[in-house]
Design a protein around this ligand. Structure first.
Ligand code: FMN
Length: 379
């Protein structure tokens, strides 16, 4: 998920460094945007090193990019921690006098604030009125903790620990508390000790689906069949090679299974343990493999999405994919043509038991699109 992390000028700003690290380690793409005053409490260098991105607070740099709009529109979630009394007041009034406030006003992403200040400042009617205004507008406020404050005194106003902020900010996501199992890549069935029957699936679609499910709050297990590219952070990855290993790795309960892996339909009946020598001719006897997704849905109470890859497109692809939906007993099927293999984009036919929609775009965009249509079935 693309998270814009605003940091404002309170003593708790130093704790935001750990929040950056936590969110980054969970696999999110973090853009840190401190206010000028926040940089009196925490160093720009620390934030740049932890987030892996340079920080530029000047609204009027790179004006051609209109950075405040870009930052706002490219965020899936905005967190402000700590949020000072002054920041909350300006946000409640719609004052946009720095890059952070401009980006928030230019965004439609959910906003979470973690106020932190001295007890009297927190309990001041002005602050409480601003909090009420922000909550009415849908901004989620994480109540400050009770504890030690800046000086020797203690009371309500302390910023909660980064772990609590991260959990709160990421809760309320549509796949929170759900386990999503995604299979990706292509299986390889051995012919001999070095050769195999495989396919050209790169696993890109499955990886994007795993990322999208993770970003929507799910606990994700990605069963990766022969994927060469890097697997996403924040998901559990199980690497497999052939159909039997894939079946074993799938042997777990989940709320949603997405079968994006290209599974071999056949295996060699008697693969050789040694490398076969060049000869005059060789006949391989192939036997069909098990239909893993059909068997999985028959034995688990689960919402299921399968993929159907076909040489055809248009109406014929819809026909082939619809037949597979009923044949396998899945809830949804994504029909795509062989041109999708190895590409960053895809054109899909999304079929449920009573509807059909077409869509095209990057595999990342389509992953979100697919999950948005599947999520209502999970509730
Ligand atoms: C040592 C010190 C600690 C401060 N801590 C806080 C704080 O925890 N919460 C707060 O709301 N303001 C705090 N302030 C006041 C803010 O820094 C001040 O309101 C500032 O204008 C906030 O700027 P910003 O919201 O643009 O980051 C503190 C000031 C000082 C000097």
């Amino acid at each position: 998920m693309r998270i814009l992390l605003g940091i404002t000028g309170g003593i708790a700003a130093y704790k935001a460094a750990n929040l950056v690290r936590l969110l980054k380690e969970a696999g999110h793409d973090i853009t840190v945007l401190p206010t000028q005053n926040a940089l009196k409490f925490i160093g720009e260098t620390t934030l740049e090193a932890l987030s892996g991105k340079n920080i530029d607070l000047d609204m009027y740099h790179d004006v051609a990019d209109v950075r405040h709009v870009e930052l706002g529109q490219q965020s899936d979630l905005i967190i402000v921690a700590p949020a000072t009394a002054s920041f909350l007041a300006r946000l409640a009034s719609g004052i946009a006098d720095d890059l952070l406030l401009n980006a928030i006003l230019a965004s439609t992403a959910p906003v979470v604030v973690a106020p932190a200040m001295h007890t009297e400042m927190w309990q001041n009617p002005a602050t409480q009125a601003n909090i009420a205004t922000l909550q009415e507008r849908g901004i989620r406020v994480l109540e400050p903790a009770v504890g030690r404050l800046t000086g020797k005194d203690s009371g309500p106003g302390r910023m909660p620990e980064p772990e609590e902020i991260a959990t709160f900010a990421l809760s309320g996501l549509p796949l929170q508390g759900k386990h999503v199992l995604v299979t990706a890549g292509g299986t390889r069935e051995p012919i001999d000790s070095v050769r195999f029957i495989g396919n050209s699936s790169t696993g890109r679609m499955g990886i994007e689906l795993a990322k999208a499910a993770r970003d929507l709050g799910a606990q994700v297990t990605l069963v990766a069949a022969n994927i060469e590219t890097a697997t996403p952070a924040g998901v559990s990855v199980i690497k497999v090679g052939n159909v039997d290993e894939l079946e074993l790795a799938m042997d777990r309960n989940c709320d949603l299974i997405i079968m994006a892996a290209a599974v071999s339909d056949f295996r060699v009946k008697n693969p050789s343990n040694e490398k076969l020598k060049r000869g005059e001719s060789l006949t391989l006897e192939l036997t069909p493999t098990k239909d893993l997704i059909a068997s999985y849905v028959a034995n688990h109470k689960v919402i299921s999405v399968a993929f159907a890859l076909s040489d055809s497109d248009g109406d014929r692809l819809v026909e082939v994919a619809t037949a597979k939906l009923w044949d396998k007993g899945v809830d949804f099927i994504v029909g795509n043509s062989v041109s999708a293999l190895g590409s960053d984009t895809n054109q899909i036919e999304f079929i449920s038991r009573n509807s059909h929609e077409s869509a095209s775009g990057s595999k990342s965009e389509l992953s979100r699109w697919i999950l948005e249509r599947v999520i209502p079935s999970l509730s």
